[in-house]
Design a protein around this ligand. Structure first.
Ligand SMILES: *Cc1c(COP(=O)(O)O)cnc(C)c1O
Length: 230
């Protein structure tokens, strides 16, 4: 199974990093009496090119994340044609004027956070005849402008999304930098439970084992899989 696009040393590095992350997921899941299979590992490949992505695909990873529509449009169509079972997640803030491209390109959108984006995505989904799963992004500090709705706005936003026939599968958050993440993860889990949602997109390279212990169903891991973004 040699892949000419993927030299052996890069394949070994990627496989080792992936194995390490998977082992940490398994350990954290076991701690919490959860099944590791219930945690989707999203390899966040933003800023990295096909040369870094292909070794991870060769190592077996199939779910990837990007944070910018334009970058994803440039990188992924060719890779998806070569590996049709890849699933692509949008994890970054989404502008309403990129909704059509996002709906065409992504299988899941993690950053639905405002009524205007609900409206834009609903129109885009109708036009495309395709309805990617969505997470509502919550800013648990309640601050606006950084991406994420406030906890107080969540109920109405969920109602809007459901009325627009957008498949909302859970909540997503990025906890405040330089703070202990566990309380924020626990709070997101409680908010999701209060709203009858089972998906929890939380945990990045620095804190994904904690997120898995607290119920994450989707973790978004970049640096631990690809190395630093320079
Ligand atoms: C970049 C990014 C990640 C991955 O971050 P790492 O610390 O490199 O694992 C996760 N979520 C979002 C929303 C991101 O933008």
């Amino acid at each position: 199974m040699t892949d000419p696009a993927c030299p052996d040393n890069e394949r070994v590095d990627a496989a080792a990093r992936l194995a390490d992350v998977r082992a940490q997921i398994a350990r954290a899941a076991a701690d919490a009496r959860r099944h590791a299979d219930d945690v989707t590992l999203i390899a966040v490949s933003k800023t990295h090119g096909a040369d870094a992505i292909v070794p991870l695909i060769a190592a077996g990873q199939r779910v990837f994340g990007e944070n910018r529509v334009q970058e994803a449009e440039a990188k992924w169509p060719e890779l998806r044609a070569a590996y049709p079972d890849i699933r692509l997640h949008m994890v970054g803030q989404l502008q309403s004027n990129k909704a059509d491209e996002a709906v065409r390109l992504f299988d899941c959108i993690h950053s639905l956070d405002r009524p205007s984006l609900v409206a834009a995505l609903a129109r885009a989904m109708d036009r495309a005849g395709r309805r990617p799963d969505c997470f509502l992004q919550v800013n648990l500090e309640g601050a606006s402008g950084k991406g994420g709705c406030s906890p107080a706005a969540l109920h109405a936003l969920l109602g809007d999304a459901r009325a627009a026939d957008i498949p909302v599968i859970g909540l997503m958050t990025v906890p405040p930098l330089d703070r202990e993440p566990a309380p924020w993860f626990a709070l997101l889990a409680k908010l999701a439970d209060d709203h009858g949602l089972t998906g929890l997109s939380m945990g990045m390279s620095g804190d994904y084992p904690t997120a898995v212990r607290l119920g994450a169903t989707h973790i978004r891991v970049g640096t631990a899989l690809f190395g630093s973004r320079g």
